[in-house]
Write a protein that binds this ligand. Structure first.
Ligand code: GLA
Length: 402
């Protein structure tokens, strides 16, 4: 990959400089969905698929970006002064798309991260030339935007000699997504991309940012990701709506109960407090957030004890809750998860990520893998007339230099 990146770099920007190469992974969340903005726990791992770049610093204040995913867009240029003037997502979009209507706006993510680095008090000493390439499908719920944000920070901080610890990097990347991409996401995706460890999952308390790297010892099983290939256009507006509904439920509860977040409640205290939530829809959303957080805590404990069967059962319960109470699934994800749950050798299956499309995550026994692929592919084509993509996941290290 390094050779390819360096070649791309010299094709795009010419020879003369020896760029350094960096990688940031995508993530899959095993359990703990829509809990990260509710002060709960998440349990993701970084993937071996991700985004790569070759980058070199510039003395002047020019930032030049090019992506192999959008070769027709050519090189995007932006001056540091312009970037530092961006006040929010609207400005950033204008900067990324400019007057050329055909641009996709992908540069919002790296530019947003650099601006966010400046917002955090770091001075940006000059410009950068960067080329990007990826083996992570975009818009598939495996956090390509978080990977891009974390990658830009990893490269820029290394090239500029800025020391950024992993959790701080994740927070700056999350701020980039919130402020400059306009998505009010939690910390999970950026944290997983920055902090992943090979063969481990990250058990993260999003209230305190305390975390534990739990060895992902799945005995004779593998994590399998199935990509529904559905990209739902409502995903970000529905995400913001779910966030609001959870916040409203918490406010109602806080009128009588002292709880910092929904994640601070266990099942019993939630059931006692549930009638304080006026809106029945908000009540369902909160029920998911509370029970899902408890499932994440129990799942981590089961994994530490080698109880993969118990872990899988919690994944199945998580899917049902995301489908029925949180209502962020879709027919394609339901079919994929529910079919998988009936197959021999499948210990657990659920949608993963924000929802409304994207992927399912499954724990499948190695001996059942071929039958799993066949059954899932054929059921999916039969029901929806299109193909899904199936990958086995290898939990990997977080972002770094190649
Ligand atoms: C998206 C967000 C995360 C998290 C998940 C749902 O991936 O970026 O912060 O909220 O949805 O668990």
């Amino acid at each position: 990959m390094k050779e390819r990146l360096k070649k791309l770099y010299s094709e795009v920007f010419g020879g003369g400089k020896d760029p350094r190469c960096f990688f940031a992974p995508g993530r899959v969340n095993l359990i703990g969905e829509h809990t990260d903005y509710n002060g709960g726990h998440v349990f993701p791992c970084a993937l071996s698929m991700g985004i790569y770049c070759a980058a070199a610093p510039r003395e002047d204040g020019l930032i030049r970006l090019w992506s192999a995913a959008f070769p027709d867009e050519g090189v995007s240029e932006c001056r540091l002064e312009e970037l530092l003037c961006c006040k929010g997502a609207e400005d950033m979009k204008a900067l990324a798309i400019g007057s050329r209507a055909k641009r996709s706006g992908w540069t919002v993510y790296p530019l947003g991260s650099l601006k966010s680095l400046a917002d955090a008090g770091y001075s940006l000493p000059g410009g950068l030339d960067m080329v990007f390439d990826a083996d992570l499908p975009t818009g598939s719920g495996l956090s390509s935007s978080a990977a891009m944000e974390v990658l830009a920070l990893t490269a820029a901080s290394a090239l500029w000699g800025i020391e950024l610890e992993g959790p701080e990097k994740a927070l700056i990347a999350q701020a980039a997504e919130n402020r400059y991409a306009g998505v009010p996401c939690g910390i999970m995706d950026q944290f997983a991309s920055a902090m992943g460890k090979k063969d481990h999952a990250i058990f993260l308390d999003t209230q305190t940012l305390e975390y534990e790297l739990v060895p992902l010892d799945l005995a004779n099983s593998k994590i399998v990701i199935v990509n529904s290939m559905v990209k739902h256009s409502l995903a970000s507006s529905a995400y913001a709506e779910r966030r609001r509904e959870c916040a409203e439920a918490l406010e109602d509860i806080q009128k009588e109960v002292n709880a910092a977040s929904l994640g601070a409640l266990d099942e019993e205290s939630f059931e006692r407090a549930a009638q304080l939530i006026n809106d029945p829809v908000c009540r369902k959303r909160a029920r998911h957030a509370v029970y899902e957080n408890r499932r994440a805590v129990k799942a981590a404990e089961l994994l530490r004890n080698g109880n993969i069967k118990g872990f899988g059962a919690l994944m199945n319960a998580s899917h049902a809750s995301l489908r029925d109470d949180f209502e962020v699934s879709c027919p394609e994800l339901d079919l994929l998860a529910e079919t998988a749950q009936t197959l021999p050798g499948v210990l657990g299956a659920r949608m993963t990520g924000g929802g409304f499309g994207g992927c399912t995550v499954n724990i499948v026994e190695l001996s059942a893998l071929d039958a799993f692929r066949e059954a899932i592919s054929s059921k999916y084509i039969e029901a929806f007339g299109k193909e899904c993509l199936i990958y086995t996941a290898d939990p990997s290290d977080g972002a770094g230099e190649l």
